[in-house]
Write a protein that binds this ligand. Sequence first.
Ligand SMILES: [Fe+2]
Length: 459
Amino acid sequence: MSAKGTNSIFRQKLELLVLCGDFKVIQRAEEAASQYSFSFTQLLEEDFDDYFSDSNVVRPQVTLICQGPEEQVADFGRRATELLSKFPKSCVVAVLNLDSVKGDLSGLQNLHIVPLSEEEFYHTAKFEYACLFRTRAQYLDIPRNEVFPGTTIPFSVYIKLPLNQKYLAVIFADSVLTDERFQRITDESDHLLIDISESAQYSSYINSFFDQAGIGLRKRSRALFLSFCHSAFLFQESLLFNHKRLPPRITQDLFIKLKDMLYELVDLMKRDGELWDVFREACDNEFFAQWRAPWVAVYATLISVKSGKGDPICVGIAALLTDLSLYDLPREAFHKFLKKGAEGLRDSYLDELRNHPLASLNRVRSGGISLQDEIQKVLVSVHEHADGTGFPYGTIAEGIPVEAAIIRLAEQIDFQARNQAEAPEFSFSRLREKLMRADGLNRETYPSLFFESVSKALL
Ligand SMILES: [Fe+2]
């Protein structure tokens, strides 16, 4: 589908540009575009300059390129980098030739480049993952009453224009918000948004205006959780793709930051143990609907804090990482997992399913992150069942750390909450009550006395 010559009066956003003429690549991109309704344009490399010489043409959010059959990987890296200099806010997804994946890929190591092997591109959902994050998860809603006139706002604030769905900055980072401007902005729009990359600045602004009790504590928790999600995404991205290798220092710094945020979240949870809905409602978009690790991590941590069982930091870290390798599953299996949960894969993808906790641990290790032995044990034990029917080892009750059972329960809670949240009668407390009833969960697969010890955290 070539859109050469399209010149939108309203400058609709272009989410995906495919800069390649290969039929198979275009077909794969079209599948993703139709599944998530990405605005999509395909061009041949030789038409590129012509097309973008028109200043009225919209810049792409994600550009997909593929390595030519005769193209050296170093030249491919240069091509990706040149594209970034033209579209500095874009992300380049670069599909490598089969022969190049073992070559020197240093030219493709950039925060804004996602190198994918053909296997990853055609058979996994990693392409959708990269596109969705860049196109649908960049802006987060914030309530209007969280910015105050007369203060310096350390992050930019945006509104979404109803006509063309574009985001317009109405407050620039580090500027003072005047009364007039505040009035004008709130008259114009019900919703304010921030860029997810400035969620840490947003969190520290909220901390300076709200206290640590009641509504203030909930606002702090929400803001901190958004910042946690952003760091968790960046951390995950540094581990998720086979050929993306950020300098180990970046990955390790992100890991330390995540742990620090978990300690802060634990402090807030100790003051208010009913933050379930705060986390559940914090943000919602197509990207986060697929990537639930931050929610499972905070629900599991909350259960640990409230019940006094397990180490909450170990719970939070293991929960964030245990499903990393689900993105290595074939696309069909991955989507089945999203719809039916891990149990939904038991029939046709048993081997892949059984291996995923160990594969996740390998990804973490090969990203240069060394986890404590206790966290490693929890991470690989999340799907073990007390009756020995779990995986990967079939460990029985005594060998399953309580932290792993807590994470499995949190996954159930998140899965059900995600699938029932649209129902008008949905309430978190009702869901938890239902799960804790004798027939609510497969109790014999949890260690004995487990429900007794965590029920006060849930009811
Ligand atoms: Fe899992």
